[in-house]
Design a protein around this ligand. Structure first.
Ligand code: OAD
Length: 314
């Protein structure tokens, strides 16, 4: 388990760390988008509390790949709650701060767990971004693999309908028919029952569900690629990162929650959130007021306020 570095404790320490860092990993979660009206997952007002009210015993089932395969209607009855906002030109001061780190050449990588796509709206470049839990940017058929842009299935999602694959609708794939052994009298014939896969021909957004692997860039970028790739070799982030800033995440979902533990122990770590994180040792935690207020104050102390404002008002 990571040990706290004794020399860093205060807001000023966090500001100095940002001033001096050259390769910052920013690890983000749902808390950086709440000020846009997008709920987070685990707060009292978050998605999971809403799902519990709607009767789901374990609200995380909504994102469970086995549950999706056996009954996609569970995901699709709630998916509209997590769709990216329809006005796609908005982002928060926190997104602007990450963009500013990029503009200043300090952003190594933004590992985001968010599926709202707001990072790109703020101008964080694709090559600086790892969408650890995928996104609504694309969708694919779970049966034939047909791919389409994510927006194509938004209409169905908003209407609470299960989006279907156009190719599978045209050429229905073979269904499996099984004889179900049923208790019957001597004279009764055994009934044949169709046991149709409920997810047959269903489209799924490119979100990483529990039980699915993360996109391969997550570990190759962080730790290096196990197999030589065709692109020019890149130093793994874990080897060159000199500061980690985690913002707006409960760090409850692995493997993203393990990133800090995979960095060398001398790399300082700052947390920005509402409540203290107790299961991971950060050097400085900036809490209580929300990340937008924190980044504004940090930028004030760094003399970056004008630049932050310029990005926010773009
Ligand atoms: P959580 O809902 O678990 O955590 C969000 C954190 O942000 C909480 O600790 C909040 O207190 C904090 N927060 C809320 N508003 C904030 C604000 N304005 N400023 C700073 N912090 C704030 O969300 P994640 O950690 O992102 O998976 O959850 C991780 C994954 O769990 C998600 O990616 C999602 C979910 O299952 C998928 O979408 C597939």
């Amino acid at each position: 388990k990571r040990q706290k570095l004794a020399q860093y404790n205060t807001v000023s320490d966090a500001v100095e760390l940002i001033r001096n860092a050259k390769n910052i990993i920013v690890l983000t979660g749902a808390g950086i988008s709440t000020s846009l009206g997008i709920p987070d997952f685990r707060s009292d007002t978050g998605i999971y509390a809403k799902l519990a009210e709607c009767g789901l015993n374990d609200p995380q089932e909504m994102f469970d790949i086995d549950v999706f395969r056996s009954d996609p209607s569970i995901f699709y009855s709630f998916a509209r709650l997590i769709l990216p906002p329809s006005s796609s030109s908005r982002f928060t001061p926190t997104h602007a701060f990450i963009r500013l780190l990029q503009d200043k050449g300090k952003l190594l990588t933004n590992y985001t767990q968010n599926i709202d796509g707001v990072e790109s709206v703020a101008g964080i470049r694709g090559e600086k971004l790892v969408q650890c839990h995928g996104s609504f940017g694309g969708a694919g058929c779970v049966t034939c693999g047909y791919k389409c842009p994510g927006e194509v299935i938004f209409g169905d999602i908003r209407a609470g309908r299960i989006p279907k694959c156009p190719l599978c609708l045209e050429n229905p794939p073979m269904t499996t028919t099984t004889k179900k052994g049923k208790k019957r009298t001597e004279n009764e014939e055994e009934e044949e029952e169709e046991d149709v896969d409920p997810s047959l021909g269903v489209m799924k957004p490119d979100i990483t569900f529990f039980g699915e692997p993360l996109p391969p860039t997550f570990s190759s970028r962080l730790l290096g690629s196990p197999t030589p790739s065709t692109s020019p070799p890149r130093t793994p982030d874990a080897e060159c990162c000199d500061l980690l800033i985690a913002i707006g995440t409960s760090l409850k979902v692995s493997p993203v929650s393990e990133i800090l533990g995979l960095l060398p122990p001398h790399v300082p770590a700052v947390y920005v959130g509402i409540e203290a994180v107790k299961h991971v040792e950060f050097d400085v935690q900036l809490l209580g007021v929300g990340s937008d207020v924190v980044v504004e104050e940090v930028c004030r102390r760094l003399n970056w306020s004008d630049e932050l404002r310029a990005i926010v008002s773009r």
